[in-house]
Design a protein around this ligand. Structure first.
Ligand SMILES: Nc1ncnc2c1ncn2[C@@H]1O[C@H](COP(=O)(O)OP(=O)(O)OP(=O)(O)O)[C@@H](O)[C@H]1O
Length: 299
């Protein structure tokens, strides 16, 4: 697959403040990548550098092998930013037509409407009359006007209701299946876990993890084996090295471990007589908290 985005040793400093520090990654055609991180981690700054809206203080960004500001590059990308300001005075349909004319190979209006589920009555509304959620859907439609190969969304689902949110992600999947490359920032860990094929986790201007959601969870989170057994087993099991922590409430015992297979083997080997055994993997939230907490301790 072709490399679509290349960020190489990019840093951005505002006066003395380092918003992004020495960040490198590359994104290939058809990938869906979530940029995740707490407030002020550098997500928007990184996205803005990719979009060519701000220039890195050092390092470089290449899109399709070129400068992000080149016209031929701009024609191939669509964006949806946090600040929603749409041109007033026009109807939704008129604004979409206007945007389509900016591009050499625009997407057919029919297709934009199908992808974003804008209704006939919404198309006839003046843009300043739209609700917050409708404005975001219009912005989504505008980002598709040029039939872009690369789409960048900054917290795209903020203000959307559950149905709009589900429809939005469904469309993103469709677009990805068409070979489009998608990058989005989000605060919703579950959303990143569900939608993205890859998560780039930022903290304090640096990348602290870059992998598939399952690899990130698998690598860092602890897992749990929960089962029913007599409480007297707790003391014995606590002495084994594969048991990081053990808790008991009534007849339910919960073992925290990095190796669930070893704990299962232990239960059978020691003839614990466990029943209702369940294995739980930690959630992405846990990884996120741990990684960002580690950074605080270091820095
Ligand atoms: N124009 C600016 N001038 C000065 N500092 C800025 C500017 N833009 C961003 N910063 C600072 O750079 C850091 C990174 O900001 P950025 O907006 O990239 O974070 P973010 O991860 O997108 O945060 P959020 O989740 O709150 O949107 C923050 O400390 C922010 O205060």
């Amino acid at each position: 697959m072709r490399e679509i985005v290349k960020v190489e040793r990019a840093s951005k400093t505002y006066k003395e403040h380092r918003a992004v520090h020495d960040v490198s990654f590359s994104i290939r055609e058809g990938e869906i990548v979530a940029i995740l991180g707490p407030n002020g981690a550098g997500k928007t700054t990184t996205l803005s550098m990719i979009l060519g809206l701000i220039k890195p203080t050092s390092g470089e960004v290449r899109l399709f092998g070129k400068e992000p500001t080149e016209r031929t590059v701009r024609e191939r990308m669509g964006m949806m930013l946090q600040e929603v300001s749409v041109m007033g005075g026009l109807k939704v349909k008129e604004l979409l037509e206007l945007f389509r004319h900016y591009y050499p190979n625009p997407l057919a209006l029919k297709e934009i409407i199908a992808l974003t589920a804008l209704t006939e009555s919404e198309l006839g509304m003046r843009v300043e009359k739209l609700s917050g959620g409708q404005k975001r859907r219009l912005n989504f439609a505008l980002s598709l006007a040029g039939n872009p190969d690369l789409l960048l969304f900054d917290e795209p689902t903020v203000g959307m209701d559950t149905t709009s949110r589900q429809r939005f992600w469904h469309t993103v999947h469709t677009l990805s299946e068409q070979g489009k490359t998608i990058i989005f920032t989000t605060h919703y860990l579950q959303e990143a876990d569900d939608v993205a094929k890859r998560i780039v986790l930022f903290n304090q201007g640096r990348i602290v993890a870059d992998d598939t959601p399952s690899a990130i969870k698998g690598k860092i989170t602890k897992s749990y084996v929960t089962f029913k057994a007599k409480p007297q087993w707790v003391k014995l099991l606590a002495g084994f090295p594969e048991v990081i922590d053990i808790r008991q409430e009534d007849d339910i015992i919960r073992v925290e471990t990095e190796d669930t297979d070893a704990v299962l083997a232990l239960l059978f080997h020691e003839r614990v007589g466990a029943s209702s055994i369940r294995i739980e993997q930690g959630k992405l939230d846990e990884v996120f908290e741990r990684l960002t907490a580690d950074m605080k301790e270091v820095g």
